[in-house]
Write a protein of this length. Structure first.
Lengths: 204, 171
């Protein structure tokens, strides 16, 4: 038996099952959480509009991402912009996952989880605040009316970019913002997703 | 602007290898704790790790330290009781090669520490001998010799131990 065969046998002999590794992973996330070094926890949630990635800091939900955005790319951007101490740790996201289930089952019209706004700032953040506060479930606003609400009636394009870079789609309802001429406008998750969400809310 | 990977990717890429190294170096009864402490400690330090660092070598270095801690702690625990030969717990009992694996694991456990470490870090973790030497101390040549001696000893024991080809002598 040569060294490589022996090395292969050793690799097999010392291997553990995926289930065991999964258990150790769970133990690691619990210990990291307890020690306060789990800076960002995430999980995915299956919904009628595809798999959503939800990620939270200690302060609250920080990012919701559509499959279209590429979840790996989104996690990498969280590592670059916030911290690389990121683990898949479902527990911190239990509440938002349950509320998303209820929302898609038409049993919930608003979300009640703490939000961490650090991925947006300035005018964009104030636009998104208005969106949460002033544009109710089942209603729509136009880019123009939202610009007025945010106190800068001329900043229609800036409102568009605030929506396009919304870090918390679905929860912060940028899908409710449509064009003055009745057109749908764009959407981060794709226009079909926007249509689905508006139809869901209209039918409730 | 791409910096460090999310730590989740580090666990996914290296978790299984580090666990093998831990099982080899500290034995399966303490391997889970050594693994957990290795990754917790790595996660603590991860933001400060240089972006171009060799993550696998870094993790094995941490695991090496945790393994030494675990071995010392076990020695302290074992002191008051009558010294039985270090009981190597059989690996997870779900495999056809259980006997072969158990023999190999037992033979491995009987190696001197430096041989165990050199074999594990080179053959299980895939580190070059220069990096093995950085971790275990001494020169790369010394690490290479220790690994070669370890492999030779394992080969001898697998040749003399009960193997499939031999008429059965199993218990």
């Amino acid at each position: 038996m040569n060294a490589d065969d022996l090395a292969r046998d050793l690799t097999v002999a010392f291997s553990e099952t995926p289930a065991h590794l999964h258990e150790l992973h769970g133990r690691l996330t619990a210990a990291a959480q307890q020690e306060g070094i789990l800076d960002v926890a995430y999980r995915t949630v299956d919904t009628p509009i595809g798999k959503l990635l939800v990620a939270a800091t200690d302060e609250g939900l920080v990012r919701v991402a559509f499959a279209l955005e590429g979840h790996d790319a989104v996690l990498q951007s969280l590592a670059d912009r916030i911290t690389p101490r990121i683990l898949e740790a479902p527990r911190r996201l239990d509440a938002v996952a349950a509320q998303l289930d209820e929302y898609f089952a038409k049993r919930r019209q608003g979300f009640d989880v703490p939000l961490d706004w650090r991925l947006t700032g300035g005018f964009r953040r104030s636009v998104l605040h208005h969106l949460v506060r002033d544009v109710a479930y089942g209603h729509t606003a136009t880019y123009t009316s939202l610009a007025q609400l945010a106190g800068s009636p001329k900043a229609v394009r800036a409102v568009g970019s605030a929506c396009a870079t919304n870090p918390l789609p679905v929860i912060v309802p940028c899908h409710r913002v449509v064009r003055t001429d009745g057109g749908m406008g764009g959407y981060l998750g794709g226009i079909e997703v926007k249509r689905t969400l508006l139809t869901l809310e209209a039918a409730a | 602007m791409t910096g460090k990977q999310p730590f989740e990717s580090v666990v996914a890429a290296h978790g299984a290898t580090v666990l093998r190294v831990c099982r080899a170096v500290v034995g399966s009864s303490d391997a889970d704790d050594a693994w957990s402490e290795t990754f917790l400690s790595a996660m603590r330090a991860y933001p400060e790790l240089p972006a171009d660092a060799n993550v696998q070598a870094w993790l094995v270095t941490i695991a090496h330290r945790k393994a030494i801690d675990a071995t010392r702690a076990r020695a302290r625990r074992a002191m008051p009781v009558a010294c039985t030969t270090d009981a190597v717990v059989a690996p997870s009992a779900d495999s056809d090669h259980l006997d072969l694996d158990a023999d190999l694991v037992a033979a491995f456990a009987a190696l001197p520490a430096k041989q165990k470490q050199s074999v594990a870090y080179h053959y299980l973790a895939g580190l070059p001998y220069t990096e093995v030497a950085d971790i275990v101390g001494g020169t790369a040549d010394a690490a290479r010799r220790a690994a070669a001696d370890g492999i030779a000893a394992l080969r001898r024991s697998s040749a003399s131990g009960p193997r499939k080809e031999l008429p059965d002598e199993r218990r």
